[in-house]
Design a protein around this ligand. Sequence first.
Ligand SMILES: [Zn+2]
Length: 355
Amino acid sequence: MFKNLLLSSFLCLLSINANALESIRSYEVSANPMRMNQIADRFEIVKKLAGSYEVYVKEDDVGDFLKLAPNAKLLLMNTQAEFHSDDKAAQLNLAKYRNFSDVERDLNTIVTTYKDLASLETYGTTKGGRKLYALKISSPNKNRLTNKPEIMVTAATHGDELVTVEVLFSLLNEMLAGYGKDSRFTKMIDGRDIYFIPVVSPDSFEVRERYVQGLDPNRSFPWPENINNRTVDCIQGLMDFSNAHHFMGSLDLHAYGKLVMFPWGYTESAPSPKDEVLLKDLVQSMARDNRYTAGQISTTIYIAKGSSADYFYWKKNTQAIAVELADQKVPAYNAIPKVVTEAREMMWTFLEHFN
Ligand SMILES: [Zn+2]
């Protein structure tokens, strides 16, 4: 009995370890459009290159992938390598980034510091036992108690995109510190209820992994042609949370690529003509300052099925924007202020758009 228990806990440890070290290869592919569509159905196309695409492939799926794209060029053996590197400098850099308990601590600090503006909600618990947090920013301004637009800002849907969490906290703190001192931030907060979700996928964020329970969280939402898409707990939680609200706008922060994009991702068709004009205008104004590439997801990168932007737009007609920040997922820690500078005016423009 004891031996069995010992053996099963050993096996369990082994599988956790194997899971945490699952590597993702990066390939460059140039194929005909039909073949690219087949590739996009199963694999994540992360970047448009000059005449080709960068595609992420899990180690286990390499065989299947190479059947579809025999001429693919291997770019990186392991896109997660920086997280498991023995290099001291790389480890030191990683250690400076917030982990999940730092996030919890900082959320609680905000709530204590800004009692009148900030409140912390949880909308579920993950399989790993971590809470799904949403920080609500809302002022008690008597002039506008009803009909404030609700807006949602999310980060770390992919648990390895650490810079997104740092940018979210920087701008959130800036905004709160400016309330009552700077008319722009005072108006920004008085006019809206803003929900910040700093870590959409806490279990994968904690181990700095892109996928959770073997799935890509940002391909795990249903979309109009697949209303029963298989999902993961943290995404189910986020869907329930968003369905319980009526978000006029949502901003999902990813890294990297310097892009700001609107739905659809699952098809090259544009959203309704009216929405296309509105959304195009929104992403172009968001990119005015940082010169990010602005456009529709499917035509700016490639077809991506099951993303948050499509889901929120589809379900509640939310003006759902996806951003790819920076040119790295985990830049050198002292380069974060530069990414924050890139994101600043883009974030304010987005929030001010809803009134
Ligand atoms: Zn991402």
